[in-house]
Write a protein of this length. Structure first.
Length: 365
């Protein structure tokens, strides 16, 4: 595949193929009922196609600097193959071991294909765990999310860690849930933020409190500004994480966009609105949904506090990776609207429109 698609158009073609899939999906929501056998059968087939396509397109992409950290991982593989010990962050123990094994037993191409599988397949499995025959809708929301592509081809380790986290919270048994959350942290130590949010949400189910705290963080961030980044950097041991908070140049070409990002705050607010609408207004009661929503609110509130950091988008992603589930979950569990399938079609299309505009039309960094 990497010989058929010109490298300069690789990302654009990916998003336009997703656009075609979304158009086909959107039309189908007006023609079929959500729970009809024809709809579920068709969506299952479309979902399997989407799964295979995304894994193949991402997994077989060219090894090129256009995909950010990809060449850095290639260099690590070569150094591991030559016999060097742990490289990068030793706290990310599981991923480092994975790289060492691949360096000595697989080609670079196989390594990146395995990374694509590890990034995408857990989302498929989690969607099946949470939504059974309606899994396609959740999987689609996750795949079309704003930062999905970026963490598939650039922030690879972080991306894999987040999907392991999602797979963890999709488990009903704590014996599986908590070890998977731990594995996500040992894959990328930035997961300490959603992991800590998850533990707090698991221990204290108070959605109203978390909503109030989220809104409170906005004026706090506006008033206190950069002093919050300095405060949090003193609490973090990881040099790279501290760099995300305080550096202004080192990471400026990747995921970086400084200042108080009102556009991203509004994007985050779409998830917050879903939490308020379904849990507070509609009184939707579901323990798993509350846990996911509360984790999202806590982790996103942390990002608001450090929103001016040069690499704050990295912190935003530590909540954004849950947003697709936060928005779509209630639609797949209960009927709230008379023409719910049509509304889901419009909602999912608008959700993708933001992704398309920011990544293709605007070319967000």
């Amino acid at each position: 595949m990497n010989t058929l698609v010109p490298i300069e158009y690789y990302t654009t073609i990916y998003y336009n193929i997703l656009l075609l899939i979304l158009l086909f999906f959107f039309i189908s929501t007006y023609r079929e009922e959500l729970s009809s056998k024809a709809n579920l059968s068709g969506k299952n087939a479309l979902g399997v196609f989407l799964l295979v396509f995304v894994i193949a397109y991402i997994g077989f992409r060219p090894i090129d600097p256009i995909f950010g950290d990809m060449t850095t991982y290639r260099d690590y593989l070569e150094r591991y193959a030559s016999g060097e010990d742990f490289l990068g962050n030793e706290n990310d123990y599981i991923f480092q071991v994975f790289m060492r094994i691949c360096a000595r037993n697989a080609t670079h191409e196989i390594f990146f294909l395995l990374c694509a599988i590890l990034y995408i397949y857990p989302l498929y499995s989690a969607s099946k765990n949470l939504f059974k025959e309606y899994w396609f809708y959740a999987f689609l929301m996750l795949v079309i999310s704003f930062s999905f592509w970026g963490y598939a081809v650039n922030g690879i380790r972080n991306g894999i860690a987040t999907t392991i986290f999602i797979y963890g919270i999709s488990q009903k048994k704590r014996l599986l849930m908590f070890p998977l959350i731990a594995i996500s942290y040992l894959t990328h130590n930035a997961m300490m933020i959603p992991a800590a949010a998850f533990l707090l949400a698991f221990s204290l189910d108070r959605t109203k409190w978390y909503l109030f705290g989220w809104f409170l963080c906005i004026p706090l961030s506006l008033v206190l500004g950069g002093s919050l980044e300095i405060f949090f950097s003193d609490l973090v041991e990881s040099e790279r994480t501290v760099g995300y908070l305080t550096e202004t140049d080192e990471f400026s070409d990747q995921f970086s966009s400084t200042g108080f990002r009102w556009d991203f705050l509004l994007y985050s607010m779409s998830g917050v609105y879903a939490v308020w609408y379904f849990i507070i207004k509609k009184k939707f009661e579901d323990k798993t949904y509350s846990l996911i929503c509360n984790t999202y609110l806590i982790a996103n509130a942390f990002w608001i506090l450090v929103i001016r950091a040069s690499f704050s988008n990295r912190f935003a992603y530590l909540s954004w990776f849950l947003m697709g589930i936060v928005i779509i979950y209630p639609f797949l569990k209960r009927k709230f609207f008379s023409e719910q399938h049509k509304l889901m079609g419009r909602l999912i299309f608008v959700y993708f429109a933001f992704t398309y505009i920011m990544n293709i039309l605007r070319g967000n960094n």
